[in-house]
Design a binder for this molecule. Structure first.
Ligand code: HEM
Ligand SMILES: [Cu+2]
Length: 617
C-alpha cells in the first residue's frame, strides 16, 4: 500500500494501521523509528557526559546526574538503539532475501516490538519519577543493591520487558529461516545478512536467558529481601558479574554479527563480484558466535579468579581474532579487482574496516590478562569498545540504512548529504575516541565525574568533546536527508544498485505480500545468476495462486501495555501495598489478551489470484 493511499485515509487510520500491523516490513519501520528515537536520546546523553568532561573540575552536571547519564547512555545505546535498529533491518530484509511472504509468527513479531518499546519507555520514565538508574549499564552489585530510590528497579523491570521482546524476535527469525526458505534456497545459498541474522538469533536465544535470570535475582534482592548478591547476608557479588557477562559478552556479538553480514552483501554488490570465500565467511561467523560464549570472564580478570582461569579466558579471547581476521581479508579480497562504485552505503562499509580493525587490535591488547590490570576501568576501555560498537555496529546500521532505504521506503537518500554526513561522522568519531586510548594509558579512569587540572588530560578531553559534537552534526545532516528524501527524494526502481540477492527482484517498496510468486533459487546470488543468463528476473517456483495473509491485531500492543502497567506496580509496591492493584490489573490485562488469542480462531484472509493478475509486475 503506498504512503499516499494511507495518508488519504487520515492520521487516525494510519496510526491504527501501525498499532495493529503484523507485516514484517511495517514492523521494521516501527523498529527503525523506535530505535532511532532512542539512538538520539542516547546521543544527547553522550553529549551531556562529554560536556561535563570538556574541562577539568567542571560542574556542568552533578556527580549523581553524571552517574545516571553514563548508566542510561550505555543501557539505551545497547538495548534500545543498536539492537532494535538491527532488528528493524532484519525484519525489513531477511524475509525478502529468502523469498518468504512474511516471518513465521507475524503476531509474535508485533508482540516483540511492542514489548521492546514499552520496556524502553518504562526505563526512561525513571528520569521523571525520582531519578534514573545510576549503577552503570552493568549494574554491578553491591552498587546496584544499595543504590537508593527506584532507579535500579526501573532498570531491572524495564530491561526484563524489553529483553523478552528481543528474545521473541530472535526465536521468530530462527523459525523463519529454518522453515520458510523458498525452493532452492539451501543454507549454503543464503546471503550473508540472512546467515548472520540466523546466527545472531541463536546468540539471542542462549544469551538472553542468562540476563533474565540475573535481572530476576537482582529484582528479588532489591524488592523482596533475598540475598543472592548481598555479601553481608551470605550472598556473592561475583555471581552477578558472571550472569551479566555470560549474557553481556555474547551481546557484543549480537551487535556486530548483523553488521558483518550486511557489509558482506554491500561489498559484493558494489564490487560487482561474488563474495570472496563465502563458505569461510559462513564458518567464521559460526566460530565467532561459538567463541563469543566462551570468553565472558575476560571482563573479570581483575576480580581475582586466579591465574589458571585468567589464562584460559585470555587465550580463548585472543582466538576470536582469527575468524575475524579471515573476514577482514575476505572483504578486501572481494573488492580486489572488482569494479567498485562508491556511494554512501559503500563509504560506511569502507570506513568500517579500519575502525573495526583498530577496535579489534585494542581488544587483543585487553585480552592479555596481565596488561588488563593496567587498562581495566580506564578510558582505554572506553576507546576500545566505542571503536568496536560505533565503528562496527553503528557504521553497519548506517550502511544498511543507506543500502536498503530504497527497498524499504521506495526512495533513494540524497547522495551529497549522505557523503557529507559520513565524512563528518568519521572525523568526529576518530577525534572523540582515538585520543581516549592515550587518556586511558595516562591513567584517566572510566566513569569518573571530574578529572583534575595539570595531569595532562585537559587537551585530550577537550578534543574528545569537540569530536562528539561533530558526530552530532553528522546525525542532524542524516535527519535532514531523511526529511528531504521524504519530500522530494528520487523514486527508487526495484533494483537501484544492480543487486545480486532476492530482495532486489521485487518492487521498491515491496507489495504487502512480498513475492507474487515464490522465486526459484538456482545458486548463490540468485538474481545475479538470472541477470548473467540474460533473463533479468526470477523464475517462479509455483503457479500464480491465492495468497493467504494473516490478520492484524491490537492484542500485542495491549498485552505489552499490560506488562508496562504491571511494571510500575512491581516497582512501587515496596512503598505502598495499593500498588499491587497495578500488578494485578496489568498482569490480568496481559493474561486476558493471551486468553483471547488462544481461544479465538484467526483465519486471516486471501488475496485472490485474479487481483494479483491485475497488478503490474
Ligand atoms: C556516538 C557517539 C557516542 C559518544 C560521544 C559516546 C560517549 C561515551 C562516553 C563519554 C561514555 C562514558 C565513559 C565513562 O565515563 O565511563 C560512554 C560510555 C558508554 N557508551 Fe558511549 N558514546 C557514543 C556512542 C555509543 C554507542 C553507539 C554505544 C553502543 C551501541 C555506546 C555504548 C556505551 C557503553 C556501553 C558505555 C558504558 C556505560 C557505563 O560505563 O555504564 N556508546 N560513551
Ligand atoms: Cu567481552
Amino acid at each position: 500500500m503506498s504512503i499516499a493511499a494511507t495518508q488519504k485515509r487520515g492520521f487516525g487510520a494510519f496510526l491504527w494501521d501501525y498499532l495493529t500491523t503484523v507485516d514484517h516490513k511495517k514492523i521494521a519501520h516501527l523498529y527503525l523509528v523506535g530505535g532511532g528515537f532512542f539512538f538520539l536520546l542516547g546521543g544527547i546523553e553522550a553529549l551531556f557526559i562529554r560536556i561535563q568532561l570538556i574541562k577539568p573540575e567542571n560542574d556542568f552536571i552533578s556527580a549523581g546526574l553524571y552517574n545516571e547519564m553514563i548508566t542510561m547512555h550505555g543501557t539505551t545505546m545497547i538495548f534500545l538503539a543498536a539492537m532494535p535498529l538491527f532488528l528493524g533491518l532484519m525484519n525489513a530484509i531477511m524475509p525478502l532475501q529468502i523469498g518468504a511472504r512474511d516471518v513465521a509468527f507475524p503476531f509474535l513479531n508485533s508482540l516483540g516490538f511492542w514489548l521492546f518499546m514499552f520496556g524502553g519507555i518504562l526505563l526512561n520514565c525513571s528520569w521523571f519519577l525520582g531519578g534514573a538508574p545510576d549503577a552503570g549499564w552493568t549494574s554491578y552489585a553491591p552498587l546496584s543493591i544499595q543504590s537508593p530510590g527506584h532507579g535500579v528497579d526501573f532498570y531491572t523491570i524495564g530491561l526484563q520487558i524489553a529483553g523478552a521482546g528481543t528474545l521473541i524476535g530472535g526465536i521468530n527469525f530462527l523459525v523463519t529461516i529454518v522453515t520458510m526458505r523458498a525452493p532452492g534456497m539451501t543454507y549454503m545459498r543464503m546471503p550473508l545478512f540472512t546467515w548472520t541474522t540466523f546466527v545472531t538469533s541463536v546468540l539471542i536465544l542462549f544469551a538472553f536467558p542468562a540476563l533474565t535470570v540475573g535481572l530476576f535475582l537482582l529484582m528479588f534482592d532489591r524488592m523482596f529481601d533475598s540475598a543472592f548478591f548481598d555479601v553481608a547476608l551470605g550472598g556473592n557479588t561475583v555471581i552477578w558479574q558472571h550472569l551479566f557477562w555470560i549474557f553481556g559478552h555474547p551481546e557484543v556479538y549480537i551487535l556486530i554479527l548483523p553488521a558483518f553480514g550486511l557489509f558482506s552483501d554491500i561489498f559484493s554488490t558494489f564490487s560487482k563480484k561474488r563474495l570472496f570465500g563465502y563458505t569461510a565467511m559462513v564458518f567464521a561467523t559460526i566460530l565467532i558466535a561459538f567463541l563469543g560464549f566462551m570468553v565472558w570472564a575476560h571482563h573479570m580478570f581483575t576480580v581475582g579468579l586466579g591465574p589458571v582461569a585468567n589464562s584460559i579466558f585470555a587465550i580463548a579471547t585472543m582466538a576470536i581474532a582469527v575468524p575475524t581476521g579471515i573476514k577482514i581479508f575476505n572483504w578486501l579480497a572481494t573488492m580486489w579487482g572488482g569494479s567498485i562504485s562508491i556511494n554512501s552505503a559503500m563509504l560506511w562499509a569502507l570506513g568500517f574496516i579500519p575502525s573495526f580493525t583498530i577496535g579489534g587490535m585494542t581488544g587483543v591488547m585487553l585480552a592479555s590478562a596481565v596488561a588488563d590490570y593496567q587498562y581495566h576501568d580506564t578510558y582505554f576501555v572506553v576507546a576500545h569498545f566505542h571503536y568496536v560498537i560505533v565503528g562496527g555496529s553503528v557504521f553497519g546500521i548506517l550502511a544498511g540504512i543507506h543500502y536498503w532505504y530504497p527497498k524499504m521506503f521506495g526512495r533513494i537518500l540524497h547522495e551529497g548529504m549522505g557523503k557529507a554526513a559520513f565524512w563528518i561522522f568519521l572525523i568526529g568519531f576518530n577525534l572523540t575516541f582515538f585520543i581516549q586510548h592515550f587518556l586511558g594509558l595516562m591513567g584517566m579512569p572510566r566513569r569518573y565525574w571530574v578529572f583534575l587540572e595539570d595531569q595532562g588530560l585537559d587537551t585530550g578531553n577537550f578534543i574528545s568533546t569537540i569530536g562528539a559534537f561533530l558526530m552530532g552534526v553528522a546525525v542532524i545532516i542524516l535527519l535532514i536527508n531523511i526529511i528531504y528524501t521524504a519530500v522530494k527524494g528520487e523514486k527508487a526502481p526495484a533494483d537501484p544498485w544492480d543487486g545480486r540477492t532476492l530482495e532486489w527482484a521485487i518492487p521498491s517498496p515491496p507489495p504487502f505480500y512480498n513475492f507474487k510468486q515464490t522465486p526459484l533459487t538456482r545458486g548463490l546470488d540468485p538474481l545475479w545468476i538470472e541477470k548473467t543468463e540474460g533473463k533479468g528476473k526470477m523464475t517462479p517456483a509455483e503457479p500464480l495462486g491465492d495468497i493467504h495473509m494473516p490478520d492484524g491485531s491490537i492484542l500485542p500492543f495491549i498485552m505489552s501495555l499490560g506488562f508496562f502497567v504491571a511494571g510500575f506496580g512491581f516497582i512501587y509496591q515496596v512503598d505502598h501495598n495499593a500498588w499491587l492493584l497495578a500488578v494485578f490489573a496489568g498482569i490480568g490485562t496481559a493474561l486476558i489478551c493471551m486468553l483471547i488469542r488462544s481461544l479465538k480462531d484467526y483465519h486471516g484472509y486471501h488475496i485472490k489470484k485474479e487481483d494479483l493478475e491485475r497488478e503490474a509486475d
